[in-house]
Ligand binder design. Structure first.
Ligand code: SAM
Ligand code: SF4
Length: 381
């Protein structure tokens, strides 16, 4: 199965910084000069096109930061440049991440006209006290209104929720999740709250002022998530992503199936297949620094490294084992030049952590997902 080619575009600005977030997102007093950024996006797309040669684009993802702060005309200009470089497939999935405030929902029709056909909304929680504790700038009612507007404006939509929040009880989370599912979404991203170094949440956590659930409660929250979504016909197709059959995010599948993607904009990562082989790329993270580099050199690349085939095999393993469909052993063997250690595989299967599908693919079991990192480390060794 050819995972195809996609383009990730990073918009690095937010209205305010959420206290749990360590994404490459920045708050500025004055609005950024979108015309200048658009010119830089165009230049960097042109540079990456020279690296890849001809491609057909299966998916585009505008992530952030908060891409829903961009004017629809900026989004349209970037999509026009992508289409000129790597023509968009007629059925391409074109997603934009949006914060669910009323101001942003007001721009949804403009994004639709610009070529966006899927939105991913950062709802995060469905009760106002949790939203306040997460430092969000919207209420639950406002977020649900944005969900309704998104469903009328776009063919496809998804929303994100964060769980394993301080003091969250499994029975409350089950009810919240049922309410979310009742909104009729085809796709949900459900992330366990992680405490990221350098964030205000990390400082509060260290000071004992923010308590995340104990491991047994975290496990119960995880189990509730799997049971509730599966019962509603939205099983996990990836460790944190749930969808109705056929509604999986094609762009995210492209990452996890270890396809090829160009990363455009400040701090964007890419994996490019060039005449010299597969390359890992990333660009300057600072928005203004990135702009300066692109204006001087035509691109903001600060990392552009060849990946050996064993390194590619490891990346394929790390990405692919997140998926319910698992990995193709033949593809792993072709990349790494070796098969898995049969004794380790048998042991993991015996412990109920791993299973071999009828078609020979290896996948992590629902029981294994909470300890995925250890399984990957074991197989990669
Ligand atoms: C790039 S962010 C968000 C998009 C948008 N700016 C928003 O906040 O609505 C993607 C998602 O990552 C999740 N996320 C960010 N930081 C997290 C953390 N520390 N723990 C768990 N999930 C997190 C949130 O659910 C968020 O919607
Ligand atoms: S969670 Fe979203 S809105 Fe909040 S700071 Fe991170 S990227 Fe920005």
């Amino acid at each position: 199965m050819d995972p195809g080619f996609g383009v990730y575009v990073h918009w690095p600005f937010c209205k305010a910084k959420c206290p749990y977030c360590d994404f490459n997102s920045h708050v500025r007093h004055a609005p950024p000069d979108e015309a200048r950024f658009l010119a830089a996006f165009r230049a960097e797309i042109g540079h990456m096109r020279e690296r890849t040669g001809q491609r057909r684009t299966q998916s585009v993802f505008f992530g952030g930061g908060t891409p829903s702060l961009m004017a629809p005309a900026t989004v349209e200009g970037i999509l026009t440049a992508i289409d000129a470089a790597w023509p968009l497939d007629a059925r391409a999935e074109v997603t934009l991440e949006a914060n669910p405030t009323s101001v942003e929902a007001g721009r949804f029709r403009g994004y639709r006209a610009a070529g966006i056909n899927r939105v991913s909304l950062g709802v995060q929680a469905l009760d106002d006290s949790s939203l306040k504790a997460l430092g969000r700038m919207h209420t639950a009612a406002e977020a649900l209104q944005a969900v309704a507007i998104a469903r009328s404006a776009f063919e496809r939509s998804s929303f994100d929720l964060i769980y394993a929040r301080p003091d969250q009880k499994p029975e409350d989370w089950a009810r919240e999740l049922e309410r979310a599912i009742a909104e009729g979404c085809e796709h949900l991203s459900l992330y366990q709250l992680t405490i990221e170094d350098g964030t205000p949440f990390a400082a509060l956590h260290r000071a004992g002022k923010l308590k995340t659930p104990d491991p047994d409660v975290a496990r119960a929250l995880w189990d509730v998530t799997q049971e509730t979504t599966a019962a509603a016909g939205l099983p996990a197709y990836e460790i944190s992503n749930h969808a109705r059959c056929g509604a999986e995010s094609r762009h995210n599948l492209l990452y996890w199936r270890y396809g090829e993607y160009a990363g455009i904009g400040p701090g964007a990562h890419g994996r490019l297949d060039t005449p010299e082989g597969r390359r890992a790329t990333s660009t300057e993270r600072g928005p203004e620094q990135w702009l300066g580099r692109v204006e001087a050199d035509g691109h903001g690349l600060v990392v552009d490294e060849g990946l050996s085939r064993p390194e590619q095999a490891d990346e394929y393993l790390i990405m692919g084992l997140r998926l319910a469909e698992g990995i193709d052993r033949h593809r792993f063997a072709a990349l790494s030049g070796r098969d898995f250690d049969a004794i380790r595989v048998a042991a993991l299967i015996g412990e109920g952590m791993l299973e071999e599908r009828a078609d020979g693919r290896l996948r992590v079991t629902p029981q294994g997902f909470p300890v995925l990192d250890a399984i990957v480390a074991d197989l990669a060794a």
